[in-house]
Design a protein around this ligand. Structure first.
Ligand code: SF4
Ligand code: SF4
Length: 381
């Protein structure tokens, strides 16, 4: 198993980290404990020593299961990461209560990597104002948190603001060969490298989407090596970045565990040709998008409740992959129905607010037409 060295705190972590957010489940939606424990065991025995979970994963079931697994291991042989659900923290007492609960669920006296979960500037400022960041620093002084960081899914400007705010031990970002200009992206990678902050990467295969390339694009990879999978190329692309110390993969099946272990044992850097083909695939996917929405949210809130950037993100994803399955669950989510394009009254309020000059109501109509046509075609096939 390939390992990476965290110079700043002198530890070696496995480059492949086990993400416990998409564990196998039984038909009633509960974690399939037997399979999940066996998968973690197999990864651990092959050299994986970084296990990542979070308070809300699997409706709160993930942390206790990871704790059960880790409780049987020598404490010096693994690192455990978990995250504070900042959206549930409304007072300093909430943060304290949740942290104690997490230690108990994980059966640990300390957490190796503790993150404020999925923050943007607004959420981070709230954590500072509530005294949560100071509280976490105190826990770090006591040794109950070894390394303090945050995970991030918002826009680059927020990323830079939070990153420069204090000396973080590490940061977790979404990064893959398609998301180089999204969220933290290449600029975030470079900033952290310049500041000496090691990175943990999540979504290296974009939630599995990069395993579902359209047939013409998948053929380009098959032409390089008929046996290599799209996922292995995506993982190797991330691994080629030396400031990435751990790549998290949310593994759901035994096959995925084995395939990932194979990719990193040992990991083979991409050659020039492979890199060029991935770049070509990314360019081709980007050229298919519907509009240039950056997710900045300057158009929000919409008085009618439409989630403007959310709809455009789904539309662009659908077009890039030319595959309804990659957006199916999000598009069909009942709780989001009021946020969908039919709620738009075409008031026009959002149009002058968009720095990308997108004709928002017109594009929303297009989103609705295309995704509904794709949905109908999907169920009629
Ligand atoms: S035009 Fe539609 S999306 Fe834009 S603010 Fe009005 S209702 Fe909302
Ligand atoms: S539609 Fe325009 S303003 Fe709204 S999130 Fe996208 S880019 Fe930003």
């Amino acid at each position: 198993m390939e390992t990476r060295y965290f110079e700043t705190f002198d530890i070696h972590a496995s480059l492949l980290g086990f993400g416990a957010m998409r564990l196998p489940v039984t038909p009633d939606g509960k974690i399939d404990r037997k399979r999940a424990l066996a998968m973690m065991r197999e990864a651990y025995e092959a050299g994986v020593n970084y296990f990542d979970t979070a308070y809300p994963y699997h409706g709160g079931e993930s942390e206790p299961l990871v704790g059960e697994f880790l409780s049987g291991l020598d404490r010096s042989t693994f690192y455990v990461a978990t995250k504070l659900p900042q959206w549930s923290v409304h007072s300093i007492d909430d943060a304290k209560r949740i942290f104690e609960e997490q230690l108990a669920r994980l059966q640990q006296s300390y957490i190796d990597f503790y993150l404020i979960h999925s923050i943007d500037k607004k959420a981070f400022d709230r954590m500072v104002d509530l005294g949560v960041v100071t509280y976490l620093e105190e826990e770090q002084k006591k040794g109950r948190i070894k390394h303090l960081g945050f995970s991030f899914h918002s826009i680059y400007e927020d990323f830079e603001y939070i990153t420069r705010f204090r000396p973080w031990d590490f940061i977790q970002i979404q990064y893959n060969y398609l998301d180089t200009e999204e969220q933290a992206g290449d600029k975030g990678y470079e900033l952290c490298t310049e500041l000496g902050i090691p990175l943990i990467v999540m979504e290296p295969i974009k939630g599995g989407s990069l395993t579902r390339l359209s047939p013409d694009l998948e053929a380009k990879l098959k032409a390089l090596d008929a046996d290599a999978t799209p996922a292995s190329y995506a993982l190797r692309w991330v691994a080629d970045h030396p400031n990435v110390k751990v790549i998290l993969s949310g593994m759901s099946t035994e096959e995925q565990v084995r395939e990932n272990l194979q990719t990193f044992s040992p990991y083979k850097p991409l050659n020039e040709n492979e890199r060029a083909v991935l770049q070509e695939i990314a360019n081709s996917m980007r050229s298919r998008i519907g509009n240039n929405c950056t997710g900045c949210k300057y158009c929000m809130p919409c008085p009618s409740g439409v989630d403007i950037p959310g709809n455009f993100a789904l539309w662009n994803k659908y077009r890039m992959f030319d595959n309804y399955e990659v957006v199916k669950n999000q598009w069909e989510q009942k709780s989001d129905e009021d946020k969908r394009p039919p709620s738009c009254t075409e008031c026009g309020q959002c149009i002058p607010l968009c720095p990308q000059h997108i004709d928002i109501p017109t594009d929303l109509t297009q989103v609705q037409e295309e995704l509904e046509a794709a949905r109908v075609a999907y169920y009629n096939k």
